[in-house]
Design a protein around this ligand. Structure first.
Ligand SMILES: *[C@@H]1O[C@H](CO)[C@@H](O)[C@H](O)[C@H]1NC(C)=O
Ligand SMILES: *[C@@H]1O[C@H](CO)[C@@H](O)[C@H](O)[C@H]1NC(C)=O
Length: 507
């Protein structure tokens, strides 16, 4: 044991390359019935070169796990809080204290932005958040300044790209803000600009395609090879550039040519509708990531904006109001496995989450004796799908080709897994049974849920090995600490110069 006192081995690996996929950001949504533990997700982010993450709310597990991770964080305020934040300065002060300051000072979370609301001016919200968003933004920014975080943390508002539009034939140069919120947008942008804060916009080429069956499909992707959209001297080959430059035109037209813009969400779903599939998602996201790696901006703005891909992981209890695809935006499946290969720079491919624990290899399916003519059949399926996720069943989805019995099995299994494989969750009026034979067919996967209980036990059972020598201090502790600090400082200098930097310290 004494040898530990003298053996001080600090091994540092600096893997730096200007070609690493630096600047990759992701939205980490947490509307999952069985969310992966925060630490697993943070490791997943690091393993895949994500250095920025956006949260929709100050999720405690997520934030704590992000502490001292080197990952920058944008933390969101849910729309429901816009009204109290707008009308009550003290509410904003308390919100910032509990949900921002504490995580920075106590847990070492690198919070850079507070996202005040989420797409509050979306047309479908009508005017619900129209009067509260700007006052809430002002109160949050004031609270950040009061908390001494004014320089470090900026308040912004993620807005849907429907806050601007082109007035003529989709030409980006004719872009301007939506008439009904024109003055409001200018007030918000002036405020952001005065506070050195960025404007945040969510851009969804997939939704353009979803909304318009005649949308030229090649134009949705970065490899767009079809007919370009010619706008004066510029020929646009993809809708992302055209959309972003519509915003740039709107900003120029209204006197804010150089305000920084963040793309808060952009991505492509893989299931729930015919254009939501892995091929298209791969094509779109690979094109996007390639541009991030190249640092390529748009024709009108050559500097690449910060981009947060939507999303990191599928969310099986998200509202399906926008469509069944809404639960399938993840680059990773619900369990952190890879849906499709992506090159994230330097020939590196996506790697899955590590150490995920699953429930037993068993499924709940329709029993062979049961009949679809059973009077309870429809009601039982409907019950299962009310509580569990059946969004892969519709036409054009991954399980859209199942027959009627397959449909029932899928629904029953989804419910059973959601209920952590409790025996009572596979009853369905005698129509179902438990099987250990995987009923998956081709693209249609009958999933097994994550084991939350076991996972918690596992994590408390396995403390990190380095903590097994708590008495290691002694007279040499100071010296060791100094050396570690020196190494970390070197490392931070490297990070500063946009390198991917990985360090391991063994003591
Ligand atoms: C922290 O944020 C959560 C989620 O937005 C909210 O419910 C809670 O009230 C906030 N804390 C304070 C003190 O405002
Ligand atoms: C399977 O379920 C989906 C979704 O409920 C439905 O649209 C489809 O028609 C069903 N297929 C059959 C063969 O029953």
């Amino acid at each position: 044991m004494a040898s530990f006192r003298f053996a001080l081995v600090v091994a540092v690996y600096l893997l730096c390359s200007s070609h690493a996929a630096e600047g990759l950001g992701a939205n980490w949504g947490t509307r999952a019935s069985h969310p992966l533990p925060g630490r697993t997700v943070v490791q997943l982010l690091k393993d895949n070169g994500f250095d920025k993450v956006k949260l929709f709310e100050p999720d405690d597990d997520a934030l704590r796990s992000l502490g001292n991770s080197g990952i920058q964080v944008m933390v969101g305020v849910p729309n429901e809080l816009l009204a109290p934040l707008a009308t009550n300065v003290q509410f904003a002060i308390n919100w910032v204290m509990q949900n921002v300051s504490t995580y920075i000072s106590k847990y070492g979370v690198d919070i850079r932005y507070v996202a005040v609301g989420n797409e509050p001016f979306l047309k479908t919200y009508q005017q619900t958040y129209q009067s509260t968003t700007f006052p809430a933004l002002k109160n949050v920014q004031a609270a950040l300044i009061k908390a001494g975080l004014g320089r470090q943390v900026k308040a912004t508002v993620p807005l849907n790209a429907d806050v601007y539009q082109s007035s003529d034939n989709n030409l980006p140069s004719t872009g301007d803000f939506r008439p009904d919120i024109h003055a409001l947008m200018l007030s918000i942008i002036k405020f952001l600009s005065d506070n050195d804060a960025p404007l945040t916009i969510n851009i969804y080429p997939y939704l353009s395609l979803y909304a318009d069956p005649n949308f030229p499909i090649d134009f949705a992707f970065f490899s767009g090879s079809g007919q370009p959209l010619v706008d004066g001297p510029i020929a646009y080959t993809n809708v992302f550039d055209a959309n972003f430059d519509t915003l740039v035109s709107a900003l120029e037209k209204n006197g804010f040519p150089s305000i920084p813009v963040i793309v808060g969400e952009v991505g492509w779903p893989t299931d729930g509708e015919r254009n939501a599939n892995s091929n298209y998602a791969r094509r779109f996201n690979q094109g996007l990531i390639d541009r991030i790696i190249r640092g390529q901006g748009t024709p009108k703005r050559s500097t690449l904006p910060d981009i947060y891909i939507f999303g990191l992981i599928d969310e099986d209890v998200k509202s399906v109001a926008p469509g069944n695809f809404e639960r399938h935006w993840g680059v990773f499946k619900y369990d952190g496995t890879v849906k499709y290969p992506l090159n994230v720079g330097n020939g590196r491919s996506l790697v899955p989450a590590k150490g995920v624990r699953y429930l037993s290899k068993q499924w709940c399916v329709m029993s062979p004796e049961a009949s679809p003519q059973d009077p309870n059949f429809a009601a039982e399926i409907s019950k299962a799908c009310t509580y569990a996720d059946c969004t892969s069943l519709g036409a054009g989805s991954s399980c859209g080709n199942l027959d009627v019995k397959g449909n029932a099995s899928y629904a029953f299994n989804s419910f059973f897994q959601m209920q952590n494989q409790m025996r009572e969750a596979c009853q369905f009026s005698g129509l179902s049974m438990i099987t250990t034979t995987d009923p998956s067919q081709d693209s249609c996967r009958f999933e097994i849920m994550i084991d939350l209980g076991k996972h918690e036990k596992a994590s408390s059972r396995s403390p990190p090995t380095s903590s097994s020598s708590p008495s290691s201090g002694g007279g040499r502790g100071g010296n060791r600490v100094m050396r570690i600090i020196a190494v970390l400082a070197m490392c931070l200098m490297w990070i500063n110069y946009n390198c991917g930097c990985y360090y391991l310290i063994f003591i």
